[in-house]
Design a protein around this ligand. Structure first.
Ligand SMILES: [Zn+2]
Length: 527
């Protein structure tokens, strides 16, 4: 009995070490496949950068990415969740005599940010098109990363007869957190075993558990009153703008009595027509952010009450429309640990003296007291903070509550730039971004192979999802069955810039890089 137990253990150990050797060889093939596609990554990255398209306007971006994937054997489904720029691309390797294998989904955002147009490789503010949207968050880099990772893995799967499916999908309008919850609701992830999401950063990193930051609900309140002559008969008017003003005052008073971790902000979208006409229509758009589902719901309720009170005070009527939501994020521990082991093998890119000098020039212009260059040491994989910090949101949160998910952060940007600002666009079509994408793609390709070939890892990821993450907290979607993504929200803004921006689209047939097309020497350090 003991003897056969020992024999079984020995056999299992041998099998494990054989698996470890096999998987190392497979990963080496994938890494070589990524390196061989560095040019493809650069061309896609620079093109998407030059499109500079904000949420729901990612027309050229989605056209380019889906065409690239179709050319490489993926099947593309378009118009996902009623979004003209939404799509899902899948490729399946069926191996006779073997079961179907897992479905691994690779996602990354694709949208730009209003007013962040910026020439790449110029370390001061110099827009491509004045006031136009641009990639002041670096979302141009994630899909090029996922594509080269997927194509490298696809080659390995075919060569080695590994069954399974790869699914690529875009974070449409992430800056409006206005797409992923709808995709979740519509079942896009129902057959997916694991999601590897990627997001630009200045280091190569993953995390697990509840993250820092917040979730949110994005909602527009519209007030409806009545016009009148503002001087002749103001007593006949009902001012919708007064209602907006009162709502904002009410919220500002209430703000002091909310948890300090909440974040909330608003912009007035409509304030009336002209001063001598009492505004009959006005609207204000709020983001209510908190760290838990309950916290978000509670603040949303307070906001709704204040809106109704403001309507009462002004004899106006209020309607509301949800424009987007993001669940608080929770990432898979087993997948994060597997990804981190790959991160340690890949390491940070070897930055050249020119790249470091450029990063320092950018940092010096932003804050001469904070000049550290590019990252040369890997961040650590640490357990979640006991009291996570507050901050931004990402609607990958919604995905993370229905499938085991991690976000891989990759070093395509410069530390200490300001996101949602032109400074975060500077590096995003330079050698810094190009190298960061290749490093990230290596980690993704290796982690996909871990998931494709190790049933244990998938089992552990499922166990963590069921027994830890969702044990006491289930997913609480904040959109209803009839809510729809606000797909025209940036149409008017984009109509004003598209023609000018189009003149500056990168043409890879004529120029090796976008910097070459723009005649920008790298590194440019001084005016
Ligand atoms: Zn982002």
């Amino acid at each position: 009995m003991i003897k056969s137990f020992a024999a079984a253990t020995l056999a299992a150990l041998l099998a494990t070490s054989a698996h470890a050797q096999d998987i190392a060889a497979l990963k080496a093939q994938a890494v070589a496949g990524v390196e061989a596609r560095a040019k493809l990554a650069q061309v896609l990255n620079d093109q998407i950068f030059s499109f500079g398209e904000p949420g729901f306007e990612e027309v050229e971006t989605s056209k380019l990415i889906t065409a690239t994937l179709e050319k490489n054997g993926f099947t593309v489904k378009r118009g996902i969740s009623g979004m003209p720029t939404g799509w899902v691309a899948t490729w399946t390797n069926r191996v006779p005599g073997k079961p179907a294998g897992p479905v691994i989904a690779l996602g990354s955002d694709i949208d730009g940010v209003p007013r962040t147009s910026q020439k790449p490789g110029i370390p001061w503010h110099d827009p491509l098109v004045k006031d136009a949207p641009g990639h002041g968050e670096g979302h141009n880099s994630g899909n090029p990363l996922n594509i080269v990772a997927a194509l490298a893995v696809k080659d390995v799967m075919i060569r080695e007869g590994i069954p399974g499916s790869l699914m690529l999908w875009p974070g449409v309008a992430e800056e409006l957190v206005a797409a992923k919850a709808y995709m979740v609701r519509d079942g896009v992830f129902k057959d997916v075993d694991a999601v590897l999401f990627t997001h630009v950063d200045d280091n190569l990193a993953v995390s697990w558990g509840p993250t820092s930051g917040t979730g949110l609900v994005s909602v527009e309140y519209s007030f409806w009153g009545e016009t009148a002559h503002s001087a002749g008969s103001p007593w006949r008017g009902k001012s919708a703008l007064d209602a907006v003003t009162l709502m904002n005052l009410g919220w500002e008073m209430r703000r002091e009595h909310l948890r300090p971790e909440q974040r909330s902000h608003y912009v007035i979208k409509k304030g009336g027509d002209q001063p001598n006409v009492v505004p009959a229509e006005a609207s204000v758009w709020y983001y209510f952010r908190e760290q838990s589902f309950d916290g978000i719901a509670k603040n949303f309720e307070i906001g709704n009450r204040i809106a109704e009170a403001a309507a009462m005070m002004t004899d106006t009527r209020v309607t509301r429309r949800i424009l987007g939501t993001a669940a608080p994020r929770h990432f898979s521990r087993p997948i994060a640990e597997a990804a981190y082991a790959n991160i340690q093998q890949v390491g940070l890119p070897k930055w050249t003296a020119d790249e470091q000098a450029f990063a320092r020039a950018v940092q010096t212009n932003l804050d001469p007291k904070k000049v550290e260059g590019l990252a040369t040491e890997l961040d650590k994989l640490e357990p979640p903070a006991e009291e996570p910090k507050s901050g931004g949101s990402d609607d990958i949160g919604d995905v993370s509550w229905v499938v085991p998910t991690v976000t891989l952060r990759y070093p395509a940007n410069i530390p200490d730039v300001t996101y949602h600002h032109w400074s975060a666009a500077i590096a995003m079509a330079t050698p810094i971004a190009h190298k960061g994408i290749v490093a990230g793609a290596k980690v993704v390709s290796m982690t996909v192979l871990d998931l494709m070939t190790s049933p244990t890892l998938l089992k552990e990821a499922k166990a963590y999802f069921t027994d830890v993450q969702t044990k006491d907290q289930k997913y609480l979607p904040m959109i209803g069955p009839k809510d729809a993504p606000p797909v025209t929200i940036n149409a008017e803004m984009m109509a004003g810039y598209r023609a000018e921006m189009r003149k500056l689209y990168y043409d890879p047939a004529k120029y090796p890089t976008y910097l070459d097309q723009l005649g920008i020497k790298f590194p440019t350090l001084k005016k």
